[in-house]
Design a protein around this ligand. Sequence first.
Ligand SMILES: *[C@@H]1O[C@H](CO)[C@@H](O)[C@H](O)[C@H]1NC(C)=O
Ligand SMILES: *[C@@H]1O[C@H](CO)[C@@H](O)[C@H](O)[C@H]1NC(C)=O
Ligand SMILES: *[C@@H]1O[C@H](CO)[C@@H](O)[C@H](O)[C@H]1NC(C)=O
Length: 352
Amino acid sequence: MKRHHLLLLLSFLCVLPLCLLNVWLRGFEARTAVHSSGNGDSNVTVLLWHWPFGVSLSLEGDVCWDFYRVPGCRLVNQHSMFPSADVVVFHNRELIQGIQKLPLDLPRPQGQRWAWMSLEAPANNGNLKLFANIFNMTITYRRDADVTIPYGKLQPKDAQEVVELVVEDAHLNKSSLVCWVVSNYRSKHKRSQVFKELSAIVPVKVYGRWTETPLLSNALLPSISSCYFYLAFENSMAKDYISEKLWRNAYQGGAVPVVMGPPLADYKAVAPPHSYIHVDDFASVKDLGTYLQQVAEDKKRYGAYFTWRNRWKVKLYTDWRERLCQICTRYSTLPQHKVYTDLQAWIDNINT
Ligand SMILES: *[C@@H]1O[C@H](CO)[C@@H](O)[C@H](O)[C@H]1NC(C)=O
Ligand SMILES: *[C@@H]1O[C@H](CO)[C@@H](O)[C@H](O)[C@H]1NC(C)=O
Ligand SMILES: *[C@@H]1O[C@H](CO)[C@@H](O)[C@H](O)[C@H]1NC(C)=O
């Protein structure tokens, strides 16, 4: 080997570790940048004033990133964090009950937003007239809320999850035509009227506290899966109010949901076509009963209500921390200034 070749090789060997160090440092920068991204280079701080239903959960570590892959989001629950919070969240139930109070005596930092949060239908939110001109944000299941926190949603299946189901088998293991789970039966509810009429035409198997056949939580889905149809009847008829009765009970239980709640258009916006049967589609309850009977007798027609499952899966939201992390995903798109001058009117969906 010639001498200058040797020199070249030696200098290359000396520089190599520097290059590697450089590459590693760049990687490190990228890693930390990803971690604190989302809103420039700092976190959005979300202060939860009182835990919903008094059930507190751990906020140790970077909860939104570690569990839900939402970056740049800091969830806190210490009232001492008020001066530095970007968003302060108040869950309605405890406000109405007087278990928590709005900190109206504290000076509200410039730019801080107060958020009103509830998963209840309007009828169960109490009197919101008290809360005029206080909140800047709403966090509810409604699609037009500032942060939408539905009970559930559909997600496309990943390529490796796609299995072509034999939909003709959907009727296997079914022993009851129609099932209903109800704990809070009130004869004046619209759903009770429909149930009464329907059960005069077709057999409806009823579970729940009302009939003294309560289902333990681990028996719920297996029971529903033995039914062709499940009455996913909401206890309140309100815009976008589609509860776990659809997402968990019916879809995860594997029965075809017969839905009653908001109008068909609200279901169309969130649920796959031909995955449910809407009561409003029938001129009478008698027609509905006849239709259910005919579909159950026809393997192909019944199976067609399951084809959506080839491409879609259901995601349930059950953890309040995951819902709170959604604030950070929406934060940069929130209007600079917004005040709910009449929260009750917004909840009642009255255009003011
Ligand atoms: C953002 O918040 C998380 C969770 O509290 C924390 O781990 C992280 O260090 C914070 N990042 C910045 C840049 O403050
Ligand atoms: C019916 O039940 C059997 C035994 O529990 C199960 O293996 C099978 O997957 C079920 N079929 C359908 C279509 O749900
Ligand atoms: C939030 O609402 C309060 C009370 O009406 C108002 O003074 C403040 O300007 C609003 N802040 C934002 C960011 O909209």
